[in-house]
Ligand binder design. Structure first.
Ligand code: G3H
Ligand code: ZN
Length: 277
């Protein structure tokens, strides 16, 4: 069933667990994520990034409608989240397209401009009843925020949350986006310091590159929303490659179906791990 993001995150926080947020690129991603969450019997967040919207010709409505329909039919709680949004025009479309939350990513702007842009987006989205996640500006853009050596400062994080009114904060603690091996090491003491400093749930980005034991420790230290994208695409593409060794194959369902199944198994793994079920 379609569930507000804030509700799922609050429940996970109260339980000392985390809710996984998986990136949706195609309708098969949404189907696999929901099937995987149902198998784990735990809630999940379906997130569509601005990049994915660009892949669909800049049109949010078709992929959002398909994803929403899959969420509504789910036997577990499923939230819809718009991820890494820089375009104010896209933020304006979130509520009407069924999203319960938005990650406002003004992190490429200088700190004061990031605060101003984020606070303005928060005011608009809160008025529409949406939950808002953001990320610190001074650590740079999406990739720079998680580059080796870059870390979020707890004092600055506190000031940023107070100045913007965001409901959750993505922090740089050692993970990196788009890793295809799981070798990242996180700074767990920093996660605990950030949790104690900011007072809002923490979000881990780039979680595909983080090993299971590191993810479990990150949740114990204070991570509440865990974003996973690349791991699904790694599973999808490996399955497609295996299927396409049969050169007589032409029906795309013959390689997309095993790819979807591979993503489902990946989702079940992460969702079971993070939900503690
Ligand atoms: O916002 C999306 C996530 O941070 C996904 O990162 O593709 O490295 O797992 P990932
Ligand atoms: Zn991210």
């Amino acid at each position: 069933m379609l569930t507000p993001t804030g509700e799922l995150v609050a429940a996970a926080r109260a339980a000392g667990s985390a809710v996984p947020a998986f990136n949706v690129i195609t309708i098969e991603h949404a189907e696999a994520i929901v099937a995987g969450a149902e198998a784990a019997n735990a809630p999940v967040i379906l997130q569509i990034s601005e990049n994915a919207v660009r892949f669909h010709g800049g049109r949010l409505a078709p992929i959002a409608a398909a994803t929403r329909a899959v969420a509504e039919a789910a036997r577990v709680g499923v939230a819809l989240h718009l991820d890494h949004v820089e375009d104010a025009g896209l933020i304006a479309q979130a509520a009407a397209n069924g999203f319960g939350s938005v990650m406002v990513d003004a992190s490429t702007l200088p700190y004061e401009e990031n605060v101003a842009a984020t606070a303005a987006a928060v005011a608009r989205l809160h008025a529409e009843g949406l939950w808002v996640e953001s990320e610190l500006g001074e650590v740079g853009g999406k990739d720079g925020a998680h580059a080796p050596g870059v870390r979020t400062d707890p004092g600055e994080a506190r000031a940023f949350v107070d100045a913007t009114g965001v409901d959750a904060l993505a922090v740089a603690v050692g993970s990196s986006h788009a890793m295809t091996d799981r070798t990242a090491r996180l700074d767990h003491a920093l996660i605990t310091s950030l949790r104690d400093a900011v007072g809002v749930p923490l979000v881990l980005h780039g979680s595909s590159g983080v090993p299971d034991d590191e993810l479990t420790a990150a949740v114990a230290a204070g991570m509440v929303k865990v974003n996973i994208g690349t791991a699904l695409n790694t599973a999808f593409t490996a399955a497609v490659r295996r299927a396409l060794t049969d050169e007589s194959l032409v029906d795309p369902r013959r390689y997309i179906a095993p790819a979807r199944d591979a993503m489902t198994a990946t989702v079940t793994h992460f969702t079971t791990l993070l939900s503690g079920r």
